[in-house]
Design a protein around this ligand. Sequence first.
Ligand code: MF3
Ligand code: CO
Ligand code: CO
Length: 272
Amino acid sequence: MTDILDAEYRTGQIKLHGPEGFEGMRRAGRLAAECLDMLEPHVVPGVTTGRLDDLAREFILDHGALPACLGYRGYTRTVCISPNHVVCHGIPGERALREGDIANIDVTVIVDGWHGDTSRMYGVGAVAPRAKRLVDVTYEALERGLAQVKPGARTGDIGAAIQQYVESMRCSVVRDFCGHGLGKVFHDAPNILHFGQRGTGDVLKPGMFFTIEPMVNLGKHPVKLLADGWTAVTRDKSLSAQCEHSVGVTEDGVEIFTVSPTGRFRPEIRTA
Ligand code: MF3
Ligand code: CO
Ligand code: CO
């Protein structure tokens, strides 16, 4: 996700793409989704996040694609893995996942220059009911955002739908990171805030490509950045969840580029 302070410096108008852009994004989005599908059986107690990162990188390279995050602004890994109170941009390494953890894995691939960016939640073994509930709320929040996407709607309609639902479930929406335009560029205009007011923001037009990627906390919304310069965690140490799709605005609605071909995008979390 883009951090908002940085993205404010972006200028210029929002790109509109034609059929070849949609074709390219379908291929990139599908491979990104397949990468997350591939990881699912490996997300078990004891696996290190570094091992999952290696598997993702090998999968992407084996499919003739490039890992977009590797080398991006000095990031040295293929995916971000964000367990429990990590909000986003967790750096894979020696940490082993444990029974009961929830974790987001976020992958971005480049296929023929097009970026496919998606993330979803995984449960490690059986998790606490409140953790499962947070994951379900986050998934539904993304669905509510997606339902707003059609020509003539505004980016603020997406944010408002997400915020209203999340807060109605007594959770909070992270403010410091947002969704973003993408295509041949990884992080582009427009910003897609996951909170806000209906009728505000950029007007959606056919051919716009962007992500929706709400981060939802069980506690309060403030986050802090760890000393590694990447890892964002909840200030109150409450659990956080996220899910992300890359989408295009069509003539009458939305096309989701990062649908799992095997229907695995919606997490099936087991509870203890
Ligand atoms: N995939 C993230 C997003 O949703 C971006 C990660 S950038 C990285 O936009 F450098 F941290 F990998
Ligand atoms: Co993104
Ligand atoms: Co992402």
